[in-house]
Design a protein around this ligand. Structure first.
Ligand SMILES: C[S@@+](CC[C@H](N)C(=O)[O-])C[C@H]1O[C@@H](n2cnc3c(N)ncnc32)[C@H](O)[C@@H]1O
Length: 251
């Protein structure tokens, strides 16, 4: 391996290392590996997201859909020292997503996020907003009702994210139904900087078609944006901005 390749490999290892640190933390907390691997971002996605953070150097980042915080941990560990991360999640019982892995936990997901942030000493630079970014979809309403919860108790708080705008990087990984992806993008559009990068999770697999339909609907109304899809991640950005050149160079 020549010196250049060796350096690139070391960089990649460092970026995957963030994911590994948070993944191992959650394994130690007793979460099943299958749940973490199936519901949360994987090491390759984490390394791509971290690489963009290094290149864009965002001042403010937004995460829609935090769950217990594996992606949150990666974002915050990879973030520049003086940046802040705002996370939005309805704080539903972990059971809503974990029962199919035979893992039962009735506490809200944000309890685990806050503990994880304390553990990595990143609480100060993270704002955790509890509620749905845009109204809860029928799918999530049904999931919550089936577990004895009441969707009416979950606030819609997307507008509170305005207080920390503009965002230079956004990770959209909340509700993957077409209506929610479209609604999330339509609101987040008002809160981003000119050169912002919006990263969408789950563009392939079972949810891919729904996420893609939501993105397409957004693009019809915002033709100044382009989307690039690389495996399970989608990248949305203003075509006119230099981020467009960066994307072309990378994918
Ligand atoms: C796939 S999980 C997120 C996984 C996380 N990003 C990771 O990689 O570690 C989706 C999360 O989005 C939340 N969610 C559902 N509807 C939402 C909405 N309207 N706004 C924000 N979050 C939502 C769910 O409760 C769940 O915690």
């Amino acid at each position: 391996m020549n010196a250049c390749n060796c350096f690139l490999q070391m960089e990649r290892d460092k970026l995957v290392h963030y994911w590994q640190m948070v993944f191992e933390y959650f394994l130690e907390q007793g979460f099943p590996e299958g749940l973490l691997r199936f519901v949360c971002i994987n090491p390759y996605e984490a390394s791509q997201i971290s690489a963009f953070i290094e290149r864009i150097n965002p001042r403010t980042m937004l995460e829609i859909g935090t769950f217990i915080g594996l992606s949150t941990g990666v974002l915050v560990l990879a973030s520049p020292p003086d940046s802040i991360l705002v996370c939005v999640d309805p704080n539903l019982p972990v059971n809503v997503l974990s029962e199919r892995f035979h893992y039962f936990e009735s506490r809200g997901s944000l309890w685990f996020v806050r503990n994880m942030l304390e553990h990595f000493e990143k609480r100060q630079k993270t704002v955790v907003l509890e509620g749905c970014f845009t109204p809860m979809s029928a799918l999530y309403r049904d999931r919550l009702l089936a577990r004895g919860g009441n969707p009416e108790n979950v606030a819609v708080i997307g507008e509170r994210a305005r207080d920390f705008a503009p965002y230079d990087l956004v990770l959209v990984d909340g509700d993957h139904s077409e209506e929610s992806v479209y609604a999330d993008l339509s609101l987040v559009y008002h809160y981003i900087s000119e050169g912002a990068l919006i990263i969408l999770h789950d563009l392939s697999g079972d949810w891919g078609i729904h996420v893609f339909s939501g993105v397409s609907k957004f693009l019809q109304e915002h033709p100044e944006f382009s989307v690039r899809i690389h495996e399970n991640l989608g990248f949305l950005y203003r075509r006119s901005h230099h981020i467009s050149t960066l994307m072309k160079g990378l994918y």
